[in-house]
Design a protein around this ligand. Structure first.
Ligand code: PMP
Length: 318
């Protein structure tokens, strides 16, 4: 029989698919993380951060997990919390869509909504509310931005999968950077197997990672990637090359991916793919693996909505 003991055992072993319609030379392949049961790469880190905290004595039966999160990490944590018997509280800013709140509630999480129009150090901000809760006895905050279990989980699972699935022939690895956990963990694993592997970071225009100066740091629309601070979980020395991608390029490519390859991915995946196609020209003799963190269903009312795209000036990407 081929039966998993529970849903957590269905995390990982996601497929890798060649994108030969969008890139006819054939040297670009995508790692489809939407195939994880919670729908994203963050399923890998949810259970890992919980089990590592249990081992470290930071999380005990009956405790509550609290994390400021708008999406994928919240689902990964909430799913694992169900199986592990913890309460889960997700703190979210009110600018996040109702669907995202409802999704977390569906997994049994309590959602605390905080105002978006306050400074991060305001006691009402989502960051402050989560920090205050986490300081209470019986509460644990995983904090994916500084938690070493985040890159470690990607190192331990997605890294070896990519190595195995490509028979060690991966030459370039391309991923967007949010907490940096994905690129740090997978990039480190692949470089340990073969120091020649080139790791390419994809960054939204407006994010700090590729900003030449502070005045280049500004809001942008692609979700889950880029930051306005440097997360502790991110080892910047892993990245060999950076690509800076606009919202317009990222969203147009997200649309091309489903129209030409039938792969419905999120906007950060479209951003990473834009970077990967550039890298595939620079490194034409290498196999390029691009990481697609989640699926497109979360973005039907945004990237895949013509009206939303038009009012934001992205009609060229339709
Ligand atoms: N894309 C999406 C949609 C995400 O939710 C995240 C996680 N913030 C990322 C990309 C980036 O992954 P990481 O945090 O591991 O850098």
């Amino acid at each position: 029989m081929d039966i998993r003991p529970d849903i957590l055992a269905a995390i990982g072993d996601t497929p890798m698919v060649r994108l030969s319609r969008i890139h006819p030379p054939g040297n670009v392949v995508a790692k489809l993380e939407s195939f994880n049961p919670g729908g994203s790469s963050k399923d890998r880190i949810g259970i890992a951060m919980i089990e590592d905290a249990e081992k470290a004595g930071l999380l005990h039966p009956g405790d509550t997990i609290v994390e400021p999160t708008s999406g994928n990490t919240g689902v990964g944590l909430a799913m694992a919390a169900v199986l592990k018997g913890y309460r889960m509280v997700a703190v979210m800013a009110d600018k996040q869509s109702k669907e995202k709140q409802d999704l977390l509630r569906a997994y049994g999480a309590e959602v605390v909504v905080t105002p978006s129009d306050v400074a991060p150090d305001d006691p009402r901000s989502y960051y402050s509310v989560a920090a205050e809760m986490a300081s209470r006895p019986g509460y644990f905050r995983p904090d994916q931005y500084s938690n070493p279990s985040n890159p470690a989980a990607q190192y331990a699972s997605a890294g070896p999968e990519i190595w195995r699935q490509t028979d060690g022939r991966v030459g370039v690895f391309v991923a967007g950077v949010g907490t940096g956990g994905t690129i740090t963990g997978i990039g480190r694993y692949l470089k340990e197997q073969n120091p020649e592997v080139v790791v390419v970071g994809a960054d939204p225009v407006g994010s700090i990672f590729t900003a030449a100066s502070d005045d280049q740091v500004h809001p942008y629309l692609v979700e889950g990637v880029g930051e306005d601070f440097w997360p502790k979980a991110f080892d910047t020395t892993i990245v060999d090359e950076w690509e800076r991608i606009s919202d317009a390029e990222a969203f147009a490519m997200t649309r091309r991916l489903v129209r030409e390859e039938g792969i419905l991915a999120g906007g950060s995946g479209g951003m990473a793919l834009t970077a990967a196609l550039r890298a595939a020209v620079r490194h034409a003799d290498r196999l390029v693996v691009v990481h697609l963190p989640d699926g497109g269903r979360n973005y039907l009312s945004k990237i895949f909505d013509d009206g939303w795209m038009r009012t934001r000036g992205f009609e060229e990407g339709l």
